[in-house]
Each structure stands twice: as structure tokens, then as C-alpha cells.
Design a protein around this ligand. Structure first.
Ligand SMILES: Nc1ncnc2c1ncn2[C@@H]1O[C@H](COP(=O)(O)OP(=O)(O)OP(=O)(O)O)[C@@H](O)[C@H]1O
Ligand SMILES: CC(C)(CO)[C@@H](O)C(=O)NCCC(=O)O
Ligand SMILES: [K+]
Length: 259
């Protein structure tokens, strides 16, 4: 009954194998590979896994990368399913102008967040932050309607853009501090505060819109680096995308088995 969940981002592929395709399933194994190393999966990390019965993933890295992942999956006799953002799924309503154009990683992370929120207490507004190659900050109202969200460059892209667009900004990574007094610290703190400030602003927007204090969940490869520098209260949940994929698999399989 094993279930393989895949999160193919713009920098890395993250995978997690569970004992079943349902919420609360046990994690059996997990890992990550940079996109340039996808071809190592079949004979490497995946070669010793028990064959998954279902594979569900989200991919935002483009069709060429998706095909390379599908080639590695030929190791097993299983057809991978890829999430496409829709008008509604798993209790969440999609307010995007063109729902299918919303990045499926954003949609899946929001589904994971909403499910976590409802499992932990009464309905509340929710901000979902993903800190990856790009950073996204989403707003979900009390009833589970995705109102909209923002996309900004991730820390790495911000610094590379500054490096390539200026003559004098080639320095090692610095420390985050309130009042930076050298170039390294100024750049590192600038990128960090840009992300923290964007989150603070979205929390304010959502609080004003809903008249209630939002919960804020943060996920993504660089989440742990951002967490200490946030100005608003955030809960770091590394597994948000996998939680969302489990929730979707759970609901879809419940639907097929009841019809
Ligand atoms: N101090 C920092 N604070 C925040 N982000 C940072 C910091 N240092 C590096 N980053 C950036 O964070 C980004 C996230 O990296 P990582 O590959 O771990 O995330 P990811 O969630 O796997 O991304 P994706 O899903 O887009 O592939 C990278 O672009 C990296 O440059
Ligand atoms: C914004 C990213 C890059 C974040 O991973 C991804 O979700 C994406 O490519 N989205 C498509 C555009 C959109 O969400 O509006
Ligand atoms: K991602």
C-alpha cells in the first residue's frame, strides 16, 4: 500500500515514501536531489525502496524535468499522477483568476496547511510561506478560500541579481543583524528582511480582511534559516507539501472506492 510523494521544485526534487496514501501515514524513507542529479535516483536512492503502489507529485520545474523524473519512475510498475491546481480540492477554494495557472506546489502546500489548521483547532485565517528558489506568501480566509498570494525572489536569486547588476557586491555570506555595518551582513540581512517584511505585510493584510489573527505556517528548504528572523509568529512545518499530497491522495482514493 506504499505511497511515494514527490515535490519537484526549481532547485531540488524532494521525495517521501509512506506506508499508505492517507493522512497520518508513517514515513518510511525520504530524500532530496538537485535537479541536475535526477538521473541518479533509479540506481541510487530509489533502488532499495519497496515499490510504491501510488505516486503523486507536484512539479513546477517544467516539462523537460518532469519527463526526466518519469523516466526514473519506470523502475516501478506505477503511473505517476501530477497535481494540477483546480477550482477546489480538499476543502480549499481557489480564488486565482486562472486557477490552473497557480503553481501546484503552492496549491498543495495550502491544502496541507488548511488540513493542519483544522486538525489543531477552530477555523482561522492562515498565511502560508514557502521559502525555496522563489518565495511565495499565500492568504487563506477563515472559510478556506485562497484569496491570493505574492511571489518574490528567493534569497539566492536576490543576491545573485545584486551581484550581476553591480560592480562592487561580490562578498561572502554574512550574518543577519539589525544594523549591518559591512557589505556581507548588509546583503544577507537585506534578503532576509525582504522576505520577513513580505510575510509581515501579508499577515497584516489578512488580519485586516478577516478581522481575526491569522495562523502562519512556513515551509521550504530555507525555512529553517528564515525562522529566527521573522517579525511575526510563524510555525515551521517542513512537511507541508507532503502533508498536502497525502491529504489529496486520501480524498481521491476515498472517492474512487466509494463509487
Ligand atoms: N540565509 C538564507 N536565508 C534564506 N534563504 C536562503 C539563505 N541562503 C540561501 N537561501 C536560498 O534558499 C533557496 C532554497 O533552497 P532549497 O533548494 O533548499 O529550497 P527548496 O525548497 O528545495 O527549493 P525548490 O523547492 O524551489 O527547489 C535557495 O535558492 C538558496 O539560495
Ligand atoms: C512561484 C513558483 C516558482 C514557486 O515554486 C511556482 O509555484 C510557479 O512556478 N508558479 C506558477 C505561477 C503562479 O503560481 O502564479
Ligand atoms: K518548492
Amino acid at each position: 500500500m506504499t505511497f511515494l510523494a514527490l515535490d519537484v521544485g526549481n532547485t531540488r526534487l524532494k521525495w517521501a515514501l509512506y506506508d499508505a496514501p492517507c493522512v497520518g501515514a508513517t514515513l518510511l524513507a525520504s530524500g532530496a536531489q538537485f535537479l541536475e542529479n535526477i538521473e541518479t535516483l533509479e540506481e541510487g536512492d530509489w533502488s532499495t525502496l519497496p515499490p510504491p503502489r501510488w505516486v503523486l507529485g507536484c512539479v513546477v520545474a517544467g516539462d523537460a524535468v518532469k519527463r526526466r523524473v518519469e523516466e526514473q519512475l519506470e523502475l516501478w510498475d506505477v503511473t505517476p499522477r501530477w497535481v494540477v491546481s483546480s477550482i477546489s480540492e480538499a476543502g480549499l477554494l481557489n480564488g486565482y483568476d486562472h486557477p490552473a495557472r497557480l503553481g501546484s506546489d503552492r496549491w498543495v502546500a495550502m491544502i496541507g496547511a488548511r488540513q493542519r489548521l483544522l486538525a489543531n483547532g477552530p477555523k482561522r485565517p492562515c498565511v502560508v510561506v514557502m521559502v525555496g528558489t522563489a518565495v511565495t506568501v499565500e492568504a487563506i480566509d477563515t472559510e478556506g478560500r485562497f484569496l491570493g498570494g505574492i511571489i518574490l525572489p528567493g534569497h539566492g536569486i536576490m543576491l545573485r541579481a545584486l551581484e550581476s547588476g553591480t560592480a562592487g557586491l561580490h562578498v561572502p555570506t554574512g550574518e543577519v543583524c539589525d544594523f549591518p555595518t559591512n557589505t556581507s551582513d548588509a546583503l544577507t540581512s537585506g534578503g532576509t528582511f525582504a522576505i520577513a517584511g513580505a510575510v509581515q505585510r501579508m499577515v497584516e493584510n489578512l488580519r485586516r480582511h478577516c478581522g481575526e489573527e491569522p495562523v502562519c505556517y512556513m515551509t521550504g528548504g530555507a525555512g529553517w534559516k528564515m525562522a529566527p528572523s521573522m517579525s511575526t509568529q510563524v510555525e515551521l512545518v517542513e512537511s507541508l507539501i507532503f502533508d498536502g499530497l497525502l491529504e489529496i491522495a486520501d480524498q481521491r482514493l476515498a472517492l474512487t472506492s466509494s463509487t
